[in-house]
Ligand binder design. Structure first.
Ligand SMILES: *Cc1c(COP(=O)(O)O)cnc(C)c1O
Length: 314
């Protein structure tokens, strides 16, 4: 399958690698656990962001826009991926970044800017009103016309993309696990699972609001899952971007056991959650669980800089 355009050299492998994990805990519980390596789909546009951007870039081209504009925090995987995709596909890009410009820039923003993304910093108060039309109009006055991609990249076309992550090839699995930020990836998976399958989304944010948020997202996009889905809000580790020593140790052990790097914002929390639920016998014997590795490893470099903690992949 061709990624963004016929002329593009960016090819998506026709099958995304799924790796089976081997561990005494899994054997003792009679559980099969595997991981789908979306982190390998593209070196820059990693993980779920690849699927979320795919049809948006196609649409931007179709409507004749040559500039992409989007929003994000200072370490955002979405900003990084949008800068990469824009560069590869010949779009200009603008990133509206929450907070003040630092000198030097952190590794995420440094990379985005070096790819040609124009960075525009706004204070937290302004950032909160970023979806209001007068703010968008101000941005149009500043930058001219653009194709707008929302924060985190979730919109109708993004979900069209994330619906393609799993399908017929994954019919042998009984359970899927994915991390939730805005829920766009979860929504696409919920739309794809069959009546005998179950999806568990692990919220990376603190709070029970996420349950309602996901219901709203699914209903706004007219997604009626055939399968069984569930949002777990127990493994946020203090909130978005927060972490504990236990999480850090889990990510290191996971790498030692399986040679797979995880990030502490999303995939580390999801994998911790699944591992913990397996330990607690939440899954019936003979369950076949597929974790979705949504990428995000670029953030480990910034995480090391921010916290002094070096994780695999940084
Ligand atoms: C953005 C991101 C998520 C969250 O995806 P949503 O579709 O916003 O829920 C999960 N994992 C990683 C690694 C991400 O970069």
């Amino acid at each position: 399958m061709v990624f963004f355009s016929e002329s593009s050299q960016m090819l998506i492998p026709s099958t995304i690698p799924i790796q089976s994990l081997d561990h005494p805990l899994l054997a003792s519980k009679n559980i099969e656990l595997a991981i789908m390596r979306l982190d390998l789909v593209h070196p820059g546009v990693s993980g779920n962001k690849f699927f979320k951007l795919k049809y948006n870039l196609e649409q931007a081209r179709k409507v004749g826009k040559d500039t992409l504009l989007t929003f994000g925090g200072a370490y955002s995987n979405h900003i990084f991926a949008t800068a990469e995709a824009a560069k590869a596909e010949g779009f200009q890009s603008i990133g509206i970044i929450r907070g003040e410009r630092t000198d030097p820039l952190n590794p995420t923003l440094f990379h985005a800017e070096s790819l040609g993304m124009k960075l525009h910093f706004v204070d937290r108060k302004t950032y909160r009103i970023k979806t209001e039309s007068n703010f968008i109009n101000q941005l149009k006055d500043l930058f001219g016309d653009f194709y707008l991609i929302p924060e985190g990249g979730t919109n109708e076309l993004a979900i069209k993309g994330t619906r393609e992550i799993i399908g017929e090839n994954e019919s042998q699995f009984s359970h899927f696990a994915v991390s939730i930020g805005t829920g766009g990836t979860f929504a696409g998976l919920a739309a794809s699972i069959s009546s005998t399958q179950k999806l568990i989304g692990f919220s990376s944010l603190k709070g029970e609001f996420i349950h309602l948020e996901i219901e709203k997202l699914l209903s706004n996009h007219q997604i009626f899952s055939e399968g069984n889905y569930q949002v777990n809000s127990e493994y946020h580790f203090g909130g978005y971007g927060k972490y504990t020593q236990e999480l850090v140790e889990f990510i290191r052990e996971f790498y030692e056991n399986f040679g797979i790097a995880l990030d502490p914002i999303y995939t580390g929390k999801m994998a911790f959650g699944i591992w913990d639920l397996i330990k607690k016998d939440v899954f019936e014997p003979q369950s076949k669980i597929l974790m979705i590795h949504t990428g995000g490893l670029q953030g480990n470099i910034g995480f090391a800089e921010r916290t002094g903690i070096k994780l695999p992949g940084s």
